[in-house]
Design a protein around this ligand. Structure first.
Ligand code: AHR
Length: 502
């Protein structure tokens, strides 16, 4: 009895204190959420280009052959920067095959994906497309089998204003004014043995330094992205790759690229959504390598390929059908990017249409996959400033480390004094009652809640049935007590709280 009496106050306290707390503070700023975090990727692969964005002769296409329904979905998604032409494709690609009269362009064996490349879509088509959807073009040079000359001539073709040979080829092909392509990748995944022209870190660094020098001599205003780690296999020294590349290209390149694809092969939701441990580690160790080499030219991370990818292979042309739990993973990626907003300045979902993509087409139309919706919603926070959050929540063990069930990021929009709190509850079973505590400025008591939650983790969309795994949006008036309020985050849900400060 005496023991029970001693425990009573503790039990009463537990009944009042929610098991989780999130503290937000608009004074604890990480950095701007760059608009370029909402980029995408268009590779010559399967039906990404042909039958995806470019569908000549289809009544759904415009006079350029671009699918109008796809453009509408892509514009709505707010794609800010579009990477092209690969990917693995870029390491065997000769860009000169893809210019000039379409019917005279050579068909080539495409060795990265074992396909036939007609070259009917090339540089001019890509740049016109990027302009039509309002995205910044980002071209990846051939850093595999290509040469420094190929790279500098490509810059000359797109950006030179004088009457040089390659600038005049562009004029002949119908584009008098320079395109002013600002973002250029210095090759793709050159650390991967699967890559055509795979190199050691030292050999790649030598090539990339010379390519950067020559490309900058053509146009000094361009921004360059070095090929960072993509190969995290056992016994692979991916950190060593980044260190060597960063040391050589510090002062030359503006970004170093990271790539990550995650999977749920073990059918373990909490493990799957715990991949942020790896993503955070890749970002933080790369950021440390950048810091270790001082330079007056800032260098950032371009996470220029990321997504869920594991169900399909080249045989199925990488046409993943995404489900609800994949939509949750989108929140996890963005939370990591936002929480490192001082260093992650570009991110490209791989890819945009059909191939590991949020949009799937057929000849007659398209449907939006569940992953489309979180990407769209997080995109509304571009230009905000990311905030540090303090999170206390029940944890689980992953890789022998405790991990909060609640995965959180927050951003602040100073113009309208609103705060976004992005919360992924990774627990498969536990709803988590949480106190959200605000430090600076008074909460107004008005909030909007965007949420994705679905009973069936494996639920997918298809043609004519794509309104199921979608978000709900509602206005609420939470009860504010001492500048804080309680909210229950349901098990396996992604929630964005949009709060107003007075
Ligand atoms: O996005 C599909 C492929 O994944 C890309 O071509 C390559 O860069 C990566 O391995």
């Amino acid at each position: 009895m005496r023991r029970f009496l001693i425990l009573l106050p503790f039990v009463a306290l537990c009944a009042q204190t929610p098991p989780a707390r999130i503290k937000i503070d608009i004074d604890r700023q990480i950095g701007e959420v760059d608009a370029l975090l909402f980029g995408n990727f268009a590779e010559h692969l399967g039906r990404m280009i042909y039958g995806g964005i470019f569908d000549e002769g289809n009544p759904l296409s415009d006079s350029d052959g671009f699918r109008k329904d796809v453009m509408e979905a892509v514009r709505k998604l707010g794609v800010s920067i579009l990477r092209y032409p690969g990917g693995n494709f870029s390491s065997g690609y000769d860009w000169k095959d893809g210019i000039g009269p379409r019917d005279q362009r050579p068909a080539r064996l495409e060795l990265a994906w074992n396909a036939l490349e007609t070259n009917r879509f090339g540089t001019d088509e890509f740049l016109r497309y990027a302009q039509k959807i309002g995205a910044e073009p980002y071209i990846c040079i051939n850093g595999g089998l290509g040469t420094v000359d190929d790279a500098r001539h490509w810059v000359e073709y797109t950006n030179e204003a004088q009457h040089t040979y390659w600038a005049d080829q562009r004029r002949k092909n119908g584009h008098d004014a320079p395109y002013k392509v600002k973002y250029w990748g210095l090759g793709n995944e050159i650390d991967g043995p699967w890559q055509l022209g795979h190199k050691s870190a030292e050999d790649y660094a030598k090539f990339a330094v010379e390519a950067a020098k020559a490309m900058r001599l053509v146009d000094s205003s361009i921004k360059l992205v070095a090929s960072g780690s993509s190969n995290y296999g056992a016994n692979v020294d991916w950190q060593g790759w980044n260190r060597t590349v960063i040391a050589a290209l510090r002062g030359q390149a503006d970004y170093v690229a990271l790539h990550t694809y995650i999977n749920n092969r073990d059918n373990d939701l909490e493990k799957f959504l715990g991949n942020s441990q790896n993503i955070d580690r890749y970002i933080e160790t790369t950021a440390a390598s950048i810091k270790a080499v001082p330079s007056s030219r800032p260098m950032y991370i371009a996470y220029d390929e990321w997504n869920v990818w594991y169900r399909t292979s080249n045989k199925e042309h990488l046409e993943e059908v995404y489900n609800f739990e994949d939509a949750l993973a989108m929140g996890m990626f963005f939370n990591s990017f936002f929480n490192h907003a001082d260093v992650v300045k570009i991110a490209n979902l791989a890819q945009m249409v059909n191939v590991i993509a949020p949009i799937l087409t057929n000849k007659d139309g398209l449907f939006l996959q569940p992953i489309y919706f979180p990407i769209l919603e997080y995109g509304k926070q571009r230009g905000n400033v990311a905030l540090e959050t303090w999170v206390s929540s029940p944890t689980y063990q992953l890789n022998r480390r405790p991990l909060n069930y609640l995965d959180v990021s927050a951003t602040y929009n100073a113009k309208d004094r609103s705060v976004y709190v992005n919360v992924l509850n990774r627990s498969k079973t536990q709803d988590l009652e949480t106190r959200i505590e605000n430090q600076e400025g008074a909460l107004s008591g008005k909030a909007q809640i965007w949420q994705m939650n679905f009973q069936d983790l494996k639920a997918t969309h298809t043609f004519g049935d794509d309104k199921k795994v979608i978000p709900t949006v509602r206005d609420v008036t939470p009860k504010i007590e001492k500048n804080s309020f309680k909210y229950l985050f349901p098990a396996h849900s992604l929630t964005i709280l949009h709060l107003r400060l007075e």
